[in-house]
Structures are given as C-alpha cells and as structure tokens.
Design a protein around this ligand. Structure first.
Ligand code: FMN
Length: 210
C-alpha cells in the first residue's frame, strides 16, 4: 500500500487542464492500486502564506531554542512537511505562469524546503554541505502550458524555466524520480489542445499500470 499526495496549483476550477488531468491520473491509479490512499491539497484555490521574517527566524533556530512565537510561525510549514514526508508518491498539477510556476506553487515550495526537515546543511562537508532528506519517493508532475515546443532541443527550450526549476528544487530535497506529463497548446485552439490532451491520456494510461 502506497500513500499518494495529490496537489493541484491552478487557480482555475473546471477550466484547468492540469487539475482535470491530475484527477484522471489519481482516479486511474486508484483503479489499478485500490489499497493506496490519497491525501489532497489544493494550493491554487486555498493559497498558502509566503515565508516572512518570523518564519525565517524560526526555521534557522534549533528546535529546542524556538520560542512559542517562532514555533507558531512554522506551524503551517511543519504540517506541510509532515504531509510530504508521509507520502510515497506525489501527483502534482502545475500550470506554466510566465515561464515558471504560479506564485501559489512557489509559496508551497518555500514552505516545504526546510533545513533539518527536508534537507540538512553540514558546513563541515565543504565539498557538498547539502544533504537531501526526502528519499525513496516517486513524483508525477502534470504541467499545462499555453504554448509548446519547450522540450530539450526544441524552439522554446530557453523559455522553459519550469521543468528545470522543479527538477532542481525537488532534487535538492531528494526527490529525483520525477516523470513529467505536459498538456500544451491551451492558446492554440481546440484541435491542437485536444491532441495534446489525448497524448497525455495515453501516457497516464501507461504510467498508472506500473
Ligand atoms: C498569468 C499567466 C501566465 C502564463 N504564462 C505562460 C507562459 O509563460 N508560457 C505558456 O506557455 N503559457 C502561459 N500561460 C498559459 C497557461 O500556462 C495555460 O493557460 C495553462 O493551461 C494553465 O493551466 P491550467 O489549465 O491548469 O489552469 C499563462 C497563463 C496565465 C494566466
């Protein structure tokens, strides 16, 4: 039995392609793995706070020295980190906004990249002071984009600051087994979008069988 953490980050509801496809992914996954459990989090429609000064002071103060105020400043982050660590598989929907991720999803990332919880910092190890702590996980990221041709070697590769960013930041905390599924051409009309969605559905059908 695996525990799935399903996260959506589009502010859109029924019109969101990433949201629709993560739902289809999880529904099909459950059909193939009926004993797996699912926790759902919607950071697109229930935005998280941005990190602020008390948060930063708390995160870099050792646990035993934190005042009640500093502990309180980290309470949402602690809950999100607990939820992340408790899961084995992540299914995440992320639109492309201005070449990268929507600010709501960036706020989520800032809450879960936490020293001592999702990565360690060992200054004595001058070669590589950062140690990832979120190990043995699997991640599926379903993106939705207005444009297309953002892949390696493609015309718009240089404009893609989303996939490299997500691989870097999740890799930094230890999540390296990441599969991307891209819905493209939201801006290019019904037919092209429909083809992209159909291809994503084929990919999903294969992925949920493993
Ligand atoms: C504020 C904003 C910025 C966007 N920036 C980009 C972009 O840089 N590149 C792109 O291909 N599409 C961009 N789009 C289009 C969205 O990625 C596209 O509509 C996508 O389907 C949104 O995800 P959703 O359907 O899950 O809501 C942008 C849309 C919005 C609203």
């Amino acid at each position: 039995m695996a525990r799935i953490l399903h996260i959506d980050s589009s502010p859109r509801g029924d019109r969101s392609h990433s949201r629709r496809m993560t739902r289809e992914f999880v529904e099909q996954w459950k059909q193939n793995h009926p004993t797996d459990t699912v926790t759902y989090r919607d950071v697109g429609r229930n935005p998280l706070p941005h990190v602020d000064e008390p948060w930063i002071a708390g995160a870099f103060t050792p646990l035993e020295q934190r005042t009640p105020e500093l502990q309180a400043a980290l309470s949402i982050s602690d809950r999100l980190v607990d939820e992340l660590l408790a899961a084995d598989i992540y299914v995440i929907g992320v639109p492309v906004y201005n070449f990268s991720v929507p600010s709501g999803f960036k706020a989520y990332i800032d809450q879960i990249v936490r020293v001592g919880r999702t990565f360690d910092f060992e200054p004595e190890n001058s070669e590589n002071p950062y140690k990832p702590l979120v190990l043995g996980k699997k991640m599926f990221i379903i993106t939705a984009r207005g444009g297309s041709e953002f892949g390696v070697g493609e015309r718009n590769e240089k404009m893609n600051h989303q996939d490299p960013f997500l691989r870097t930041v999740f890799g930094f905390i230890g999540i390296t087994d990441i599969t991307f599924i891209h819905i493209e051409k939201d801006e290019q009309g019904e037919q092209k979008l429909a083809e992209s969605i159909a291809f994503a559905r084929l990919q999903i059908a294969q992925l949920v069988e493993n």
